[in-house]
Design a protein. Sequence first.
Length: 225
Amino acid sequence: MHIVLIPGACHGAWWYAPVVDALATHGHRATALTLPGLCDRAEEPGATLASHVVDVTATVAALDGPVVLVGHSYGGMVVAGVADALPGKVAGLLSVDGFAPVDGDSCWSSVDDAMRAWYVEASGRSGTGVDPMPQFDPRTTPHPLASLVQRIRLTGAYRGVRHYALAADPTWTPHSPFPAIADRLRTDPAWTVTDLPTTHNVLREGPDVLVAAIEALLAEVDQAG
């Protein structure tokens, strides 16, 4: 089983480095990806949600054997699109304090006015990229605005194991859209929802909590298979 990890807005593969290392010590194969238009791929033009999904889909399709997808925050949109495109390849997915869209959703439609104001105000400098929030890691880069407003297109083909991990520490932000998403999924039998004792930056205290959530998903995938 290969684990593919997709970071959140403004972040790159580097964010998952301690998770990749910890998973390797547990005997798992894991690869973290940087999306087009971000960090070391910042110079790649025209990044949208659709192009992010296409890019990751190509990478996942080329891997041997089944794959488990992990997406943090914005990455939840991407893993949903990849699972929909490769339902026979993706054995399980985990959205970590992230989006869990249905057809036609966008990040823009899923957040409140305060978060939309960040999208708009923080993109005013370039007109195309949303500048990182002040508390973000200095390695972060502007996030392509188009990917936050574009609607996702899903066929509903994916029927694999789906987990959602909510960062339940209330100090995160009153404007987080993710508690409402978790509440919706708690009533959906297709999803397993767990609460993490972390803020939205789930790796602030190290990788152990996220690694445990990934291994819980792997255990259910093995049981289902």
